[in-house]
Write a protein that binds this ligand. Structure first.
Ligand code: KPL
Length: 297
């Protein structure tokens, strides 16, 4: 396949490497245009992949079979709307990011739109991206045009396993949202790896219980106990990870809080449910982001 990857950060480089190694024709797309993007990735087995790949070639984009978007949630809509007119109307767009809400922002797209969420983990160390943990990527249709794309999961699975297809992606999206509502703000506030949340079991329970209540009103069958169990499973399987939100806070970058706890608050409000724990975390992360400006002003 011919694939353009929009966003060449840690997750983008992970996919560029995996797809290139699998024999696909790939290019990166950088927000600040450049003819090349440098991919420098250390795999989980310690081997390093280092290549200069084509970037921002409009002809390549116009003949791409897939646009894979690995930007942060708050960057997605503007960037995708800018590129969509130059991508064939029949080529699917797959968004892989934390949080929810971009699907609503991209309702007017002509292309098939798919959503993905992943537990693959990578972090930047200077110029090197380190692939720290493997995990499942769940993908599925986000508009009616994308319902027939289950074969895409097989193609992506061959490059970077595991990739699972869901005819209805809503449940997987919400379960990942629950994980991110708990792990991301808490680790950013306690400045700790995911596994250290074992020291805060009551908070994990309270936050997950609020998310489960909203999920039930969204029509999803998720008991608080099931959800709490799932959140603990992810905490255990990613115990050594530095969450993406903590990485953002440490680097003084905008976080994805608006699309994580912010999205939950919006849906809770729509259902008339109080979610005080999640509201507190949202406020605390917003306050943290505001201190960046004071530090750099
Ligand atoms: O998605 C993640 C993130 O860091 O953004 C988790 C699953 C919490 C892994 O760290």
């Amino acid at each position: 396949m011919k694939i353009t990857v929009l966003g060449c950060g840690a997750l983008g480089q992970l996919w560029l490497t995996a797809l290139y190694r699998q024999g696909h024709e790939v290019q990166g797309w950088l927000r600040v245009p450049a003819p090349w993007c440098s991919v420098n990735l250390q795999e989980t087995d310690g081997s390093v992949f280092n290549e200069l790949l084509t970037a921002n070639d409009p002809d390549f984009l116009a003949s791409s079979d897939l646009l894979l978007v690995t930007l942060k949630a708050w960057q997605v809509s503007t960037a995708v709307k800018n590129l969509a007119a130059r991508l064939p109307a029949s080529s699917p767009i797959l968004l892989i990011h934390n949080g929810m809400g971009t699907q609503e922002e991209l309702r007017s797209l002509k292309q098939p739109l798919l959503l993905g969420m992943t537990i693959q983990a990578a972090r930047r160390d200077g110029n090197l991206i380190i692939h720290t943990a493997n995990g499942t990527t769940h993908i599925g249709p986000a508009n009616t045009l994308a319902q027939e794309y289950s074969a895409l999961a097989d193609t992506l699975h061959a490059a970077l396993p595991e990739v699972a297809w869901h005819n209805d992606i809503n449940n997987a999206s919400w379960r990942k949202l629950a994980v991110n509502c708990v792990i991301n703000p808490l680790t950013a506030l306690y400045d700790c790896p995911n596994g250290q949340l074992r020291d805060h079991p009551e908070e994990v329970t309270r936050i997950s219980t609020e998310v489960a209540a909203v999920m039930q009103r969204e029509g999803l069958h998720s008991s608080p106990d099931d959800l709490i169990k799932y959140v603990w499973q992810v905490i255990d399987s990613t115990a050594n990870n530095i969450s993406s939100m903590l990485q953002d806070v440490r680097a003084q970058r905008q976080t994805e809080i608006d699309y994580i706890s912010g999205y939950l608050l919006k849906r809770a409000r729509a259902h008339g449910i109080a979610v005080p724990e999640n509201a507190r975390l949202f406020e605390q992360i917003k306050r943290k982001e505001n201190t960046y400006e004071r530090i750099s002003a």
